[in-house]
Design a protein around this ligand. Structure first.
Ligand SMILES: Nc1ncnc2c1ncn2[C@@H]1O[C@H](COP(=O)(O)OP(=O)(O)OP(=O)(O)O)[C@@H](O)[C@H]1O
Length: 979
């Protein structure tokens, strides 16, 4: 942005003490507050402690008060030296530099407005004085003059640090030509009272400072001006000039941090303690008011630094709780606008003609609140960042425009008001965010204080632009009113002029708004900004110098006339707080308590709800678990039943395999086999568990036994003697064998039916188990599925058990099926045997008939024998055997002949095969088979021989006899012998 000649050439920007970023406020601890203003040593300021600085001698006391501001008093400079404060320790040795030693100004002083008289401004032989600010404050000019020899040496001394060429002037001439306006001793004493922390004293709460803006050129010097930061003096040697002393004089090199520390920091702290405070910047346009109040990112001004300090104070004061609210207004053309309510443009700078005017704010007066603007938006802020953002928003809405001296001139008075409410806390040490600490906060009074930070619009004498002129007129009028009010203020007449007349606060909105501060209810810090005129000539220079002098005079009046008897604000208590009270802290506290109560109620309600929900969930869970339990019970029952049945079944099997008499004796065999299988359970209880493999073996054994029984029947074929017996079931062992087979058959039938039933039951249950588990895994509702999942996931053992049971069932079914097959085979074998038995019976009966016939024939008739033989062969070959298999078996000798159990015979006519008594199992003998074959062949051969010759007939008969004897059980005699 372009600047005017005054600003565009600025090259030396003071460096900030600390970096500052509005978006990221410093969080680190701020430097400790100075204990008192007077306590600051000049050593803290490098500039002031610089040995290069021209040192002014100290005066013992201040100046006498000038009779009028318009005409500064001439040299009534005391000569005694400055007393050393006992509290400050030994004074710092100072190099006394007389202003007379300054180099002479150039002779061509066209730029200088006035001709300064020659002479010394400071004595060379001044005594060292304390560097303390307090001492320095006490009439620097007086000090300088008291230390001087009374005359200026005619030389100019260059204050290299300040950059001001000072003209050597005599004290008298200085007194005559420079308007020396100094706050007199009484006001200084009041200033000191604030420095010492005496907050109840009448004076001392007004701080007036002057800041000199750096010039545009490298050589900021102007021999007509004296700016003495060390002695807080500023003077002009020209016409209407004078030397002024203030609480603070900031030179061109002083930065914003130093300005804040010296003129606002303590005031801010006092505000936090409950005092009202006002800081405002006054000066001609372009002299650095906004720069001082707002600052820049690299050099934050009074407002951001105050905000930082406010929050630092809150952090450091745990025994109180605070509430901050901020408002931001501007007085533009004598109208008040709420800068927080207006909507600025998206860009930072909004031209005046584009800016919308917000609702006009009226000023009201209240005995408690004083003068206040309404309606005004107040925002409650909780952090420095938030507060800075709010103010930055207001800055964007502020009216600015270009003036001759400032490209972006503030065309309005801007007032930031920060209301601080605070209240003591009973437990002091806790955190504000700690709920328990907040709960224990004492219900004490709330203290309300206001910090007003005001950036006034700059006064401007001449403006070319009409709009600027209008604005300037308003600005100037309000500033004039302000000056008038301050000029007419009387320390002794409370809020009235010395004649007792009311002060014209109402003549402008600015003075109206500042009334509480100006009338003494507030601590006040006034920062007046000036710029040493440079590069101007003629009327412009004259005007400019006049403006700067006017500012100095204003500052001098303020310092001289302003009175503050600010008291710490009273605490207002909760009892008196109504809904419209300003004490928001109390209202909020009440609201918070109310909300907390509501929260408690809500919490209780939620807890009840939760409890109810939990109960419901518990019930539902219980129902679900009952259902699940029922299912589990059912499954367990099924499993148990299946297991029981399996045990029973196994027991049954065991009993079968373990029956002691089954394989030992015939009787036991018979007794076992005659007892139906299903009735054997009574003896099973004593038998331990066995395996299915055992049962299979047992079954196989049984099968063999049955086969043995069938052999009995077959053996009867060649035993005519026993055939008669065998027809009698009571006595004939063969008949007994038939009965056994029949009983066995029945028992097996029964067992088979039982097994079938058992298999059917198992299959049914298996089907049921699969059906009940299938929907849960694939088609079940989410809940059922979930319950199954629960079952599965929470009980893998159960799942595994079911798997095992199912596998066992399958295995069992397979076993049973295998056994069934065995039974089937047994049955078919039995059936086959039964049929064979029937056939055999038939054959035996036929054989008996044949034998009787042969006996008849053997009595002497060969024809009879021939018929008998034929009939035998007919029996054998004539197809009277119903089944070829039996015939073949007999023919091949596959079925050993057994007359009775235990007796095995070979074929007739051959050597005896052997006798085995007590054998229950007959094994096939190949020799026997061979014998049968041989026998048949022999018979065939003999048959051919019979047909061929008689001699062979006798042998055949003998053979037959032998065969009959064999069948009768007689010892076998070799056939050859008989023949
Ligand atoms: N101490 C300083 N150091 C560096 N630059 C400064 C200083 N004071 C003022 N300036 C610069 O001078 C210009 C004008 O300053 P500023 O806007 O603060 O003046 P002002 O008094 O507020 O003017 P107006 O009354 O017109 O608003 C700005 O560019 C600012 O940066």
């Amino acid at each position: 942005m372009a600047t005017t000649t005054m600003t565009a050439t600025t090259t030396t920007t003071p460096r900030a003490h600390r970096a500052f970023n509005a978006s990221t406020p410093p969080t680190s601890a701020l430097p400790a507050l100075p204990s008192s203003l007077s306590g600051r040593s000049s050593l803290q300021n490098p500039r002031k402690s610089s040995s290069l600085l021209p040192q002014t001698p100290r005066a013992a006391s201040g100046f006498a008060r000038p009779p009028s501001i318009a005409r500064p008093q001439r040299s009534s400079i005391p000569t005694q030296s400055t007393p050393v404060s006992p509290t400050r320790g030994p004074p710092e040795p100072r190099r006394v530099v007389s202003i007379a030693s300054f180099p002479q100004p150039p002779q061509t002083t066209g730029a200088r407005v006035t001709s300064l008289p020659s002479g010394h401004i400071a004595g060379e032989n001044s005594t060292p004085s304390s560097p303390g600010k307090k001492n320095r404050r006490s009439s620097p000019l007086a000090r300088s003059q008291s230390g001087s020899s009374g005359s200026l040496n005619g030389k100019f001394a260059r204050d290299s640090d300040v950059g001001i060429m000072s003209s050597p002037i005599s004290g008298d001439s200085l007194a005559a030509d420079i308007g020396v306006f100094s706050p007199t001793d009484p006001s200084l004493s009041r200033s000191r009272s604030m420095d010492n922390g005496g907050d109840e004293k009448e004076g001392g709460n007004i701080v007036v400072s002057v800041r000199v803006r750096p010039g545009g050129s490298e050589d900021d010097s102007n021999p007509d001006w004296l700016v003495e930061g060390r002695s807080n003096t500023v003077g002009y040697r020209g016409r209407d000039g004078g030397m002024y002393e203030f609480d603070n004089v900031f030179t061109q090199v002083d930065d914003n941090a130093r300005v804040y520390d010296s003129c606002a920091k303590r005031l801010v702290r006092r505000v936090m303690e409950g005092y009202h405070g006002t800081v405002f910047a006054y000066g001609m346009t372009g002299t650095g008011k906004t720069f001082s109040m707002q600052g820049t990112t690299s050099s934050p001004g009074v407002i951001p630094l105050a905000i930082t300090d406010i929050f630092s104070y809150i952090r450091e004061t745990p025994h109180r709780e605070f509430l901050l609210r901020v408002s931001y207004l501007e007085i533009y053309n004598e109208r008040i606008h709420d800068l927080l309510a207006s909507q600025p443009g998206s860009s930072g700078f909004v031209p005046l003609d584009q800016q919308t005017k917000g609702e006009e704010i009226k000023l009201r007066e209240d005995p408690k609140r004083g003068v206040y603007a309404t309606p005004l938006k107040e925002e409650i802020v909780q952090s420095p960042t938030q507060l800075l953002r709010v103010i930055a928003r207001g800055d964007l809405a502020r009216r600015t425009g270009s003036t001759q001296f400032n490209a972006r001139s503030s065309r309005s008075h801007a007032v930031v008001q920060i209301v601080v409410e605070s209240r003591e806390r009973i437990n002091g040490g806790g955190s504000m965010t700690d709920a328990s600490n907040r709960r224990h906060a004492v219900n004490g009074g709330v203290r309300v204080s206001t910090l007003s930070l005001i950036d006034l619009a700059g006064s401007e004498r001449a403006a070319e632009n009409k709009e600027r002129r209008t604005e300037g007129a308003h600005i100037n009028r309000s500033l004039l009113t302000l000056g008038t009010v301050i000029a007419r203020l009387s320390k002794d007449a409370d809020g009235k002029d010395k004649d007792g007349n009311h002060l014209p606060y109402r003549d402008s909105k600015l003075t109206r708004l500042l009334q509480p501060a100006l009338s003494g209810n507030s601590l006040v810090s006034i920062l007046c900004t000036i710029a040493i005129p440079q590069g101007q000539t003629g009327a412009a220079m004259t005007t400019n110098i006049s403006e700067q002098l006017s500012t100095l005079k204003f500052a001098a009046r303020a310092k001289n006339n302003l009175v503050s008897h600010a008291k710490r604000s009273e605490e207002s208590f909760a009892g008196g707080v109504d809904a419209g009270s300003r004490v928001l802290l109390e209202r909020y506290r009440a609201e918070i308590q109310e909300l907390r109560r509501e929260l408690e109620v809500q919490k209780k309600r939620e807890e009840e709800d939760l409890r109810e929900r939990e109960e419901l969930a518990e019930m539902a869970e219980r129902a679900l678990s009952e259902e699940r339990h029922g299912e589990q019970l059912l499954e367990m029952q099924l499993a148990r039943t299946a297991l029981k049945e399996r045990i029973e079944h196994l027991n049954r099997l065991i009993l079968c395999s373990k029956s002691s008499g089954v394989n030992s004796t015939r009787n036991s065999f018979m007794s076992i086999n005659t007892v139906p299988l299903h009735n054997r359970q009574s003896t099973s209880s004593i038998i331990p568990t066995t395996t299915p493999r055992d049962s299979t073996i047992t079954t196989a054994t049984t099968t063999v036994t049955i086969r043995d029984s069938s052999l009995t029947t077959t053996s009867n074929l060649s035993s005519p003697a026993s055939s008669a017996v065998s027809t009698d079931p009571e006595t004939d062992p063969t008949a007994t064998g038939f009965a056994t087979l029949s009983v066995q058959f029945q028992a097996l039938q029964t067992d088979l039916a039982e097994k079938n039933r058992y298999i059917a039951t198992l299959e049914k249950r298996l089907l049921h188990a699969r059906r009940s588990s299938q929907p849960r895994t694939s088609f079940g509702t989410p809940r059922t599925s979930a319950s199954l999942d629960n079952l599965h996931h929470t009980s893998p053992i159960t799942e595994h058990r079911y798997e095992t049971i199912l596998q066992e069932k399958d295995q069992e079914i397979a076993d049973l099926r295998a056994r069934l097959d065995d039974k089937d085979r047994m049955l078919s074998a039995l059936r086959s045997q039964v049929r064979k038995r029937d056939n055999a019976t038939d054959v035996i009966s036929r054989k008996s008939a044949s034998n009787s016939l042969r006996r008849k024939e053997s009595a002497g008739s060969s024809s009879t024998y021939g018929r008998s033989r034929e009939s035998l062969m007919e029996v054998i070959n004539g197809g009277r055997f119903e089944r070829d298999s039996v015939k073949e078996d007999i023919m091949k000798g596959m079925i050993p002949l057994q007359l009775q159990p235990g007796v095995v015979c070979g074929s007739a006519g051959n050597s005896p095969v052997g006798m085995g008594l007590g054998l229950t199992r007959l094994e096939r003998r190949d020799s026997g088979n061979d014998l049968s074959e041989a026998k048949v062949k022999r018979l065939e051969r003999r048959e051919s021989r019979v047909s061929g010759g008689v001699t062979s007939r006798a042998g055949s008969v003998a053979g037959l006899r032998h065969g009959r004897r064999s069948l009768a059980g007689t010892p076998v005699v070799p056939a050859s012998g008989s023949s």
